[in-house]
Structure formats: C-alpha cells, structure tokens
Design a protein around this ligand. Sequence first.
Ligand code: AP5
Length: 222
Amino acid sequence: MRLVLLGPPGAGKGTLAALLKESLKLVHISTGDMLREEMKKETPIGQEAKKFIEKGELVPDEFVIKLIEKKLTGGKRVEHGYMLDGFPRTRKQAEDLDRILGEIRQPLDYALYMESTLPVIIQRLGGRRVCENCGALYHIRNKPPKKDKICDLCGGELYQRADDNEVTIRTRMDVYLKSTRLVIDYYQAQGKLKKLDGDKDSEEVQAVLMQIFHEDRKLNKH
Ligand code: AP5
C-alpha cells in the first residue's frame, strides 16, 4: 500500500507512521527527517534547508523533490508499501509526485489527511522530544520516557527540535494554511482523500484507518 500523510504540524503524522510501520510493515519516508539528516551531515542540501527549517518556512520544491525522486526511483529504492510523511506540501510537489509514480507505475492508494486544532498542536509540539539516535517520538506529558531524557527503545538521548518553539510553530501553521491546504484539495479532486481526526488518541486514529482499509479490501495488497 502506498500512502501520503497530510496535516498540520503536530497532527500526529509521525506518530501514526510509527504505528503503521509496526502493524503493516510500511516503510516510513519523512522529508522532515531526511532534511534534518542532511543538516546533520552538513551537505549542500542540508546547509540550504537549515535556513528555511529554522524559520518554519518550506524548503524550496526542487531540493525536496530531488530527495523523494531518488528515494522512489534510485538504486536502493523503496518498491512497495510506504508512507510519505510531510510530502507533498505544495501543488508543484503533488504534481511531480504523480509524474514520478506514473513513470514507475506505482499509483498512490490514499492521501490521509489528519485534521487538528491549534491549541492541541501547540501543546503537542511544545512538549515533543525526539530520540537523536533512533528518531522515536515522546511527549513530556502525553508520552514521557521511563527515564528522564533517555529513549526507552535504544537508550539514546532525547532532544527538542529547534523549530518546536511557539513563534516557529505559528509560522509553520501559517505556511501550512497557505500552501499545504491546496494539496488537500488536489487529492480530494482525485477521490483519494480520507479525513482522520488527529486530535484523537493515536491508537483510535489507527483503528479508524484499519476499518477503512478493511472496507476497501486493501489489507492483503501491500
Ligand atoms: P516535518 O518534520 O515534516 O514537520 P511537520 O510537518 O511540521 O510535522 P511534525 O513532525 O512537527 O508533526 P507530526 O504531525 O509528525 O506530529 P508528531 O507525530 O511528531 O517538517 C519540518 C520542516 O522541514 C518544515 O517546516 C519545512 O521547513 C521542511 N520540510 C519538510 N518537508 C518538506 C516539504 N515536502 N517541502 C518543503 N519543506 C519541507 O507528534 C507531535 C507530538 O505530539 C509528539 O510529541 C507526539 O508524541 C504527540 N502526539 C502525536 N499524536 C498524538 C495523539 N494522538 N495524542 C497525544 N499526543 C500525540
């Protein structure tokens, strides 16, 4: 199964992706994670991306499309069963994704749109902590680690993302409302959009989604 995960920052895209990775063995492809990895390695793309990410703005389409195209069509490409998290975010990215998937004859099954409200988003992102080693997600109140600042899964250190501060969160929200909303309309017009209530508990969101997959008889085809 091939999915894209859409929604405002903090709607729970990464959290749902971790659940689906576990239950359906889908590969999680997050452009945010890929860009942060490039930043860590200080590659030319990473150095360019840093300027935008730290302000909460979108990285220019050409960089992000190049990363995704390589992931889906390059030497070690992911063939089946994946979730694109945080991509596409502009109409240009959505059109280019259709072009890439058309060339390799791998159409998308669904665009999952996780809706969430601003107070929930601010509470979630303000308290988010991420494992620097394995990327596991925590929250200081909703999902605290067993040991302070230490990942339960691998013992790595937890950190707070530089863009998870209130000013940058508001910019990311504005950018989302301006650009990414158009992507939702794009998939709605294609009949691929499924709306999910991102404010709900993540297991509940996953259960609703499984019901959709069952009804559409998708579960044996990933
Ligand atoms: P990216 O990393 O994609 O960030 P984002 O879209 O802002 O989304 P987040 O990762 O912040 O939120 P999420 O929905 O995954 O929430 P999560 O599950 O972690 O992008 C970062 C930046 O990179 C962008 O601003 C841009 O600059 C650049 N970029 C990336 N892709 C790009 C593209 N395609 N084009 C151009 N630029 C691009 O959850 C958040 C917290 O809430 C966690 O602590 C979690 O534990 C908690 N939580 C989640 N769900 C629940 C729940 N149901 N109940 C309780 N707590 C929950």
